[in-house]
Design a binder for this molecule. Sequence first.
Ligand code: HEM
Length: 468
Amino acid sequence: RVLLPSGPRSLPVLGNVLGLNPNKPWITYADWAKVHGDLVYSRLLNQEIIVFNSEKVAKDLLERRANNYSDRPQFIIIALFGGSFNSALLNYGNRWRLHRRLFQQAFRADAAMIYRPTQLRKVHQLLANLLETPGEYSDHLQMLSTAVIMAVAYGYDPASRHDPLVMAVERTANMLAKASTPEGAAVLSVFPFSDFKRKALECQELTVNVIEAPFQYVKQNIAAGTAKPSMVSDLLSRMKADDDSYELAIKHTSASAFLGKHFRSYTASALKIFMLAMFLYPDVQRKAWLEIDSVVGQNRLPDFNDRPSLPYIEAILRETFRWHPGVPLGVSHATMNDDHFGGYFIPKGAIVMANIWAMSHNEDKYPDSDEFKPERFFMPDGKLNNDNVSFVFGFGRRVCIGRHIADATVWAAIVSILAAFSITKAKDEQGNDIEVSPQCHPLPYPCRIEPRSGMSSEKLMQMINSHK
Ligand code: HEM
C-alpha cells in the first residue's frame, strides 16, 4: 500500500480548500507541519499539493532530485489570460531551457554588474522622490522596482510613474498575478466570476501590446544607434539574422522579467518590509547610521565599493529577506514522475511548494524568529556568518534568475535610504505614534521619512546631483 505524506483530513470534493487561510496559506501550511511533519500532503479540489516545510527536504528533493522536481504546474487559466509567454511558468523542457539560457547571459552574477550604475542612478532618483513626497513612499518603492527592471531589460527610462507603458504593465501584471497562484486558479475554475471571460480577453490583448511595445522601442534605438545596454539589445546583437523563434524567445524572456508581477513586486515588497523594520526597531537604525558614518561619512552617498566594509547593512539586508519573505510559498514546482522519499509516496503531477516562510521562521535556526534582529547573522568573533538566506530565492534549477539584480537593487536602496533619512512612526492628530503590525505583503502604512541628523534637503540634493 502506498503511503502518502501525512496531512489534514480533507472533505470529499473540496479537499482542504476550507481549512486554508486564503490570504496567508503559508501560515496554515506551517501549522499543519507542526502536526504532520516537514512534508505535508493536502488537496485543493482534485489537485494534490505537497508542501516542503524545511530547507533540508527542499534541498533533498528540489535540488538533489532536480530531474523530477523542476517542472511547473500548468493552469489553463494562465493561458486564457495570455500568460503562457512567462518563462517562470513554462514546463521543464526545451523552451524553458532556451529562456533560462537567455536570462543567464544577461543576469548571471558577473554580467549583472554592468547594470550597477543604472541601479544606483534609479536609487538616487528614489531618494529625490522620498525627499519631495515622503508620504507617497510606497509608490516610489514600486517605481524603483519597475524602473530598474525596465532599464535592465530594455534600457527604457520611464518618465514618471504615470508613464503610459508602466501603467499598462501594472494593469496587465495585476490581472496575470491573480490568475497564477494555485489557490487562485483552483478557486476561480470552480467559482468563475461573471465577468471572468471578458477580463481574460482584455488581459490577452493587453499582454500582446505590453510585450511588443518595449521590444520595438529597443529595435528602433538600435537602428538609430542610441540603444543603451540592456538584456534585449545584448541578446539581439548576438542573434543570427531572421531567427524568428529566437526573437520570440527574447521578447518573452524580457517580458517575463517585467510582467511577472511577482518579480517587480518582490523588490518593492522587500523594501516596504525594510521601512517597517526601521521604524519598529529604531536601535537597528541607529547602529546602521554609526556604521555608515564611520565608513562612508556624511559628505557623499554610499556606492557598491562600500559594500564589503558595511557588514551591519549586509545583516539588515539578510534579515529583511528573512523576517517577511516576499514570496512566502515560492513559485510552485510540479513532479514529473512518481517518487518515494522518507518512506512516503510522492505522486506524478503533484504540485510541490517550498514553504519559504516556514524555513525563515524555523525557531531552531532563527530563535525569536518574529523579531527583526540583524545581530543573528554575526558569529561570536563579530564576523558575519555564511547564512545569506539564499532559500528566499527558491531552489534547484528553477531558482530565481533575477536574484543578483534584486539583491543589488535592495542593498543599494537600503544603504542609501539609511544614509539619507530617518524613518520613524507617523503621528496622529493628537501627536501620538500610529502603531502598525507587520504583514507579509504590506499595504502602504503611514510612517515619517525626513533627512536624518546632519543631513538637510539641500545637502542631500547636492549629493544626489554630484552623482549624475
Ligand atoms: C527580492 C526580489 C526577488 C525574490 C525574493 C525572488 C524570488 C524568487 C523565487 C522564490 C522564485 C522561485 C524559485 C523556485 O522555483 O524555486 C523566483 C523565480 C524567478 N525569478 Fe525571482 N525573485 C526576486 C526578484 C526577481 C527579479 C528582479 C527578476 C527579474 C529580473 C526575477 C526573475 C525570476 C524568474 C524569471 C524566475 C523563474 C525562474 C524559472 O522558472 O526558471 N526575480 N524568484
